[in-house]
Design a protein around this ligand. Structure first.
Ligand SMILES: [Fe+2]
Ligand SMILES: [Fe+2]
Length: 150
């Protein structure tokens, strides 16, 4: 893959991390539950860390990013969701956030598959694991709090 293309994908990933930071901040301000607020603040911190990790990828690393197969980076697939509406309920926001985490898992999996540089591979594997954990935490929260309240 040519480095310029990889730059674009990286920029896209960084902007997705920024969106995640903003939406966890919003949600943490919106929730009435102190436990959930704590979780959302933790998630926000981890997304901030992802953003810095992506920003630290050097041009050298990008140059060593080689393509193994014909890429389908599916960027358009990640853009189908509408931004959450203002009137969305808190439950809807949790589900929306979990879906976004799944998209992040897919984006980083795609990058990981296509990377040949070992450090880059490890970085993407770390990100995949974290985003999977985020999704799980949100779903658990939904199960424990939202479903119980009905
Ligand atoms: Fe992230
Ligand atoms: Fe995440």
């Amino acid at each position: 893959m040519d480095p310029a293309k990889f730059q674009d994908i990286l920029k896209f990933a960084i902007s997705r991390e920024e969106e995640a930071i903003a939406s966890y901040r919003k949600m943490s301000e919106k929730t009435q539950s102190p436990g959930l607020r704590e979780l959302l603040i933790d998630l926000q911190e981890e997304e901030k860390n992802h953003k810095s990790l992506l920003e630290e990828i050097t041009d050298q690393k990008i140059a060593s990013f080689k393509i193994k197969e014909v890429p389908d980076l599916k960027i358009s697939d990640y853009l189908t969701e509408e931004p959450p509406a203002e009137e969305m309920t808190f439950q809807d926001l949790l589900i929306f956030a979990a879906k976004k985490e799944q998209e992040a898992v897919e984006l980083y999996s795609n990058l990981e598959r296509n990377a040949e540089d070992e450090d880059l591979k490890k970085l993407f594997q770390f990100l995949i694991l974290q985003e999977k954990t985020h999704k799980l935490k949100l779903e658990k929260e939904y199960e424990e709090h939202v479903l119980e309240e009905d």
